[in-house]
Design a protein around this ligand. Structure first.
Ligand code: AP5
Length: 248
């Protein structure tokens, strides 16, 4: 009898495991399939772009950078690019009404169906509120915050060299190219971003502390924030971010 009961229990357990493993089996409850959204937060030049490339490879989700989207619009001379350019070159934020449509249009494309990583968005409390409304309630949201002091930021931004052709990033102090002025990845020309001039970097930092830093507290209260020390080497920062993702 005991053996019979045990086999019945085991049978029920294996059917249960099969049902859990096989999401094509229909039942009355809606299958849970939340999308993963990772927000990379941090001051200008804290390494968001550098780490976004690694994280999106690791997670298999697209990297959405609002700064890159604006720079693409500027290089294609679109209406949006013309309107954003002056704000960017002065180190100011582009007004929310120009940012939100562009961002939500981008994340509604099919490659973002399972999730995406946001780099440089949100940057203001109203942007965070708009994103919150846009995301489904069951979204798997995590915010990774790179903590880097202003003194380190200034040196990183001033030293940054960006490839005009492929967008690859070098740094004259920390990761210089093999040949001066030439991208290691594609041999394209390396240039300094107009907003990496010293006086503009100072303004970007001021704007960051005033308008973006409050998001650290906002996401901490929501219980989704992981802060990592962004002053370590890029490899070590990546390891800390991966650990942050696992513990979420
Ligand atoms: P955006 O392009 O988003 O610029 P940002 O946030 O200021 O960030 P950066 O691209 O300057 O730096 P990063 O953190 O990606 O660092 P990176 O990895 O390159 O925005 C530009 C402008 O667009 C804004 O100012 C605004 O006008 C507008 N904008 C964009 N989004 C907006 C929004 N949502 N709302 C309104 N306006 C918006 O690294 C920097 C340098 O440091 C590189 O040289 C890199 O090689 C080096 N480095 C990186 N990590 C390390 C490390 N661990 N050790 C040593 N060096 C390192």
């Amino acid at each position: 009898m005991k053996t019979l009961l045990l086999s019945l229990c085991l049978g029920v357990t294996s059917i249960g495991s099969f049902l859990l493993a096989n999401d094509t089996v229909s039942n009355n409850s809606t299958p849970k399939n939340p999308i993963k959204v990772v927000i990379l937060l941090g001051p200008p030049g804290s390494g968001k772009g550098t780490q976004a490339v690694r994280l999106t490879k690791e997670l298999g989700i697209p990297h959405i950078s609002t700064g890159d989207l604006f720079r693409e619009n500027i290089s294609q001379n679109t209406d949006l690019g013309k309107r954003a350019k002056a704000f960017m070159n002065e180190g100011k934020l582009v007004p929310d009404e120009l940012v939100l449509d562009m961002l939500f249009d981008r994340v509604s494309r099919s490659d973002c169906a399972k999730g995406y990583l946001l780099d440089g968005f949100p940057r203001t409390l109203p942007q965070a509120g708009a994103l919150n409304k846009h995301l489904a309630a069951d979204t798997d949201l995590i915010v990774l915050n790179l903590d880097v002091p202003d003194s380190v930021i200034v040196k990183r931004a001033e030293g940054r060299l960006t490839c005009k052709v492929c967008g690859n990033v070098h740094n004259r102090y920390f990761s210089p190219p093999e040949k001066e002025g030439v991208c290691d990845a594609c041999q394209g020309e390396l240039i300094q971003r107009p907003d990496d001039r010293t006086e503009v970097v100072q303004e970007r930092l001021r704007v960051y502390h005033e308008q973006t830093q409050p998001l650290v507290e906002y996401y901490k209260k929501k219980g989704v924030l992981k802060t990592v020390d962004g002053t370590k080497s890029p490899d070590d920062v990546f390891l800390s971010l991966k650990a942050g993702l696992k513990s979420s």
